[in-house]
Design a protein around this ligand. Structure first.
Ligand code: GUN
Length: 289
């Protein structure tokens, strides 16, 4: 391996400590305790793990956590009633509805019902529009974490060619917007892109967010490129427990890249840290506005 290993776990701890200090200051100076409401509908096991970690880390940095677990049969009206209540609750500064939602609930509808000032996921169209027009808004947590990891190894992003593989609303699209706002030249690649390996070989910065285990290989990489791996995929192992891998073949790509994030321990831990940072920001804005 020749690449620098970008340590998302260590950096997430730094961000969490900064948030905890900010929370303590907000309490001492303004008597405000930031509060995050997390809503989970149904029993998706991966979502349950994510939500549990979010609740634990919210409390660990001194914030209030409001955890709402709803039955998988919850109706649209019931969910909307809860969101309305959270929108008007002064103790709640951030609202997160864990995705994916069960099929009978339209996630777009639900996201649009969240007060944009409490939309710490940055998924509401008002926040998406602000991000794409270069303004200051809540930025989705995974791409925000990726940008912080990128800046830790490359402070000069302007003029670099960034290729983002994946066009989801949660990662790919906001990642492209963030890189564009940093004056990178951005190419968005997706399942219909022709000759993806050749395109990736042009990238100074490569972000993989497609959910295809170890798809990106060393012959896709420009020597010295920075590779950010957002994929979290479980692959089978002989002992039956499975193993987490990213969208990038880490051992192979690390022989060519300049810097690379591991899985686990890359963008994953940064996502929750950035959620906490967004919640603190929402609480600060609530007394300024
Ligand atoms: N599901 C997977 N990632 C996310 C995220 O960042 N926010 C929400 N709300 N749901 C998710």
């Amino acid at each position: 391996m020749t690449a620098i290993r970008i340590d998302g776990k260590a950096m997430a701890e730094v961000v969490r400590n900064e948030v905890a200090e900010g929370v303590a200051r907000l309490k001492a100076e303004h008597g405000i305790t930031p509060g995050l409401a997390v809503v989970l509908v149904g029993e998706d096991p991966a979502s349950q793990v994510y939500v549990r970690n979010k609740v634990k880390q919210t409390e660990a940095c001194g914030m209030r956590s409001f955890h709402h677990v709803l039955d998988r049969e919850t109706s649209r009206d019931q969910l909307m009633t809860l969101i309305d209540r959270l929108n008007t609750d002064d103790q709640v500064h951030g609202i997160l509805v864990q995705l994916p939602l069960p099929d009978h609930l339209n996630s777009k509808d639900v996201i649009e019902a969240i007060d944009p000032a409490k939309d710490v996921d940055g998924f509401h169209t008002r926040n998406v529009g602000t991000l794409w027009t270069g303004g200051s808004s809540f930025v989705p947590c995974t791409p925000l974490g990726c940008l912080k990891l990128l800046k830790s190894v490359e402070p000069e992003i302007a003029g670099k060619h960034a290729v983002v593989i994946g066009r989801s609303n949660i990662v790919g699209r906001p990642m492209a917007a963030l890189l564009l706002n940093e004056s990178a030249t951005v190419t968005m690649a997706h399942s219909k892109t022709a000759d993806l390996p050749a395109l990736c070989r042009q990238a100074d910065i490569l972000v993989a967010a497609v959910g295809r285990p170890q798809m990106v290989k060393s012959d896709w990489i420009k020597p010295g490129a920075i590779v950010l791996d957002v994929g979290i995929n479980r692959i089978p192992t002989e002992d039956g427990k499975g193993r987490l891998v990213g969208d990038v073949d880490f051992d192979d790509v690390a022989t060519v890249a300049g810097a690379i994030t591991p899985v686990p321990g890359g963008p994953g831990p940064m996502t929750i840290a950035c959620l906490l940072a967004n919640t603190l920001q929402a609480a600060k804005r609530s007394y300024i506005d």
